[in-house]
Design a protein around this ligand. Structure first.
Ligand SMILES: Cc1ncc(COP(=O)(O)O)c(C=O)c1O
Length: 374
């Protein structure tokens, strides 16, 4: 028996390529013709344009979301012996960014509705060694930042936002990435704003932190001297070609985000009443951007298999919480340590989502899910 081909994939760049492929190629060609490949005019322009979109004073392009997290944490002063509190319900890079600095990730549980860091659980995880807290706006759902801001302020901790999945999501009217001390963005190709390869950015309103990240991403250089290095840094710069490509896409991000929200609304209406937990659509001035539209289902694996047989792709983000990953076995976490996170990891299933997904295809997904429960 041959497996059914997936004709509604979880994600595809085909539609985006059809819309802007020619412009992307022209942008890349412009850089190739210029001969300026590193920290040139495309970086400068993209930094300004992205900062404006996020509503921050400064944004600096870097070579991945992982680097963005590492640089943000390092600029916040995280180093050997420190602890950083973060959710376990995230992509592992949020934690490894802490570990590579010689600090210890301390995992806290998430809110059952948004699956983002629960401030009460974060507070319980604090010790005198805690230096920073990282909130992850997972799936594009804004974390409840006000209690985290109060906690960070009262304990003098840095608050960092992992915005890898939340470009343009708003929390009480503020764009995610403009709320904490520093924010890390990923422009991995499948993100809501994606480059043609690895790319990321660090955003902040603090001029001192901006300058520090600038030095850290560029071999510790400061003040223009090519061979003058004021600190031990990294080579984490954003390529000019990627900056130029991101500049083609950024002006479309609002429209693409609106299209994702329309798909989410179709799912929300069509899937109501089923034995599924649906993600929050947002209320008032807090609005998710549906990097992923993720439902929770007790029979998750059976549903995924049934949809696959009907030609519909799904994904599980993420099947194993970070505290239970072999990479973190040495921290000694046991199953059951973070019950909300672990229950979510057993039940989450992401349905097809991208800006070009047609209403008809979203309707087919709804129909297929409804049929599974009949
Ligand atoms: C929540 C989260 N944090 C960090 C990252 C790391 O970003 P990148 O893949 O660009 O290094 C990702 C992307 O996969 C992510 O989803």
């Amino acid at each position: 028996m041959t497996a059914t081909a997936v004709d509604i994939p979880l994600f595809t760049l085909e539609g985006q390529q059809a819309e802007i492929g020619a412009e992307v190629k022209a942008a890349a060609a412009r850089v190739l013709d210029s001969g300026v490949f590193i920290l040139g005019p495309e970086n400068k322009a993209f930094d300004a344009e992205f900062a404006r979109a996020v509503g921050v004073k400064y944004s600096l392009g870097v070579d991945s979301g992982t680097s963005a997290l590492e640089l943000a944490l390092e600029a916040a002063g995280v180093g050997p012996g420190d602890e950083v509190v973060l959710p376990s319900f995230t992509f592992i890079a949020t934690a490894t960014a802490v570990s590579v600095l010689g600090a210890k990730p301390v995992f806290a549980d998430v809110d059952p509705e948004t699956l983002t860091l629960d401030a009460r659980s974060a507070e319980k995880a604090l010790t005198p060694k805690t230096k920073a807290v990282v909130a992850v706006h997972i799936y594009g759902q804004p974390a409840d930042m006000d209690p985290l801001l109060s906690l960070a302020k009262s304990r003098r901790l840095a608050l960092i936002e992992d915005c890898a999945q939340s470009h343009l999501a708003t929390y009480k009217g503020r764009v995610t990435g403009s709320i904490g001390d520093l924010a890390a963005f990923s422009f991995y190709p499948s993100k809501n704003l994606g480059a043609a390869g690895d790319a990321g950015a660090v955003a902040t309103n603090d001029a001192r932190l901006r300058d520090l990240v600038d030095e850290l991403r560029n071999c510790g250089r400061a003040g223009g001297g090519r061979y003058h290095h004021v600190r031990v840094g990294h080579n984490s710069r954003l390529d000019e070609i990627q900056a130029a490509i991101l500049r083609v896409k950024l002006p479309r991000l609002e429209a693409w985000t609106a299209a994702r929200r329309r798909v989410a609304a179709i799912y929300d209406e069509g899937l109501a009443g089923l034995p599924l937990k649906l993600p929050p659509l947002g209320s008032g001035m807090s609005r998710p951007v549906f990097h992923l539209y993720t439902v929770r289902c007790e029979r998750r694996d059976a549903l995924a298999e049934d949809l696959r047989r009907r030609g519909i792709g799904t994904g599980v983000y993420y099947p194993t919480p970070v505290h239970l990953q072999p990479a973190y076995a040495a921290l000694g976490a046991r199953a059951g340590a973070l019950p909300v996170t672990e229950a979510a990891a057993r039940e989450v299933l992401s349905l097809p989502m991208h800006a070009e997904l047609s209403a008809a295809d979203a309707g087919r997904v709804v129909e297929a899910v409804r049929r599974f429960f009949r």
